[in-house]
Design a protein around this ligand. Structure first.
Ligand code: FES
Length: 109
């Protein structure tokens, strides 16, 4: 019988990304969906995610800052990058991030 590995891939630092207009810190060197589990632990764990590019419930739209092009991605297969701004999410992922606090006044876009 094997034991499960650690939840997160090894990382050297936390990187800042923006989700729902809120800046959060997540572990570098992890897929975006896994990195979001750092801030929404059980809600992501209990989400209906396949973690294998099939369900598409983790689909996001993101950019790398003001004036940069938007990309659509499957967040279980794309590595998180510092400065990412997740602008749209599939309903399931949005629901799993429901407890993420609204942006503070000084963080509103
Ligand atoms: S979790 Fe199913 S496609 Fe990403």
């Amino acid at each position: 019988m094997s034991t499960p590995g650690p939840l997160f891939r090894p990382y050297d630092k936390l990187v800042k990304i923006t989700v729902k207009g809120r800046e959060v810190e997540v572990p570098d060197n992890n897929m975006i969906l896994r990195a979001l589990q750092f801030v929404a632990g059980d809600n992501i764990a209990y989400g209906r995610f396949c973690w294998n590019e099939e369900c598409q419930y983790c689909r996001i739209t993101y950019d790398m800052g003001e004036g940069t092009p938007s990309h659509t991605a499957i967040s279980c297969k794309v590595l998180v990058k510092a400065g990412m701004r997740i602008t749209q999410m599939d309903t399931e992922l949005r629901y799993c991030l429901r407890d993420l606090p609204a942006p503070a006044e000084n963080q509103k876009p």
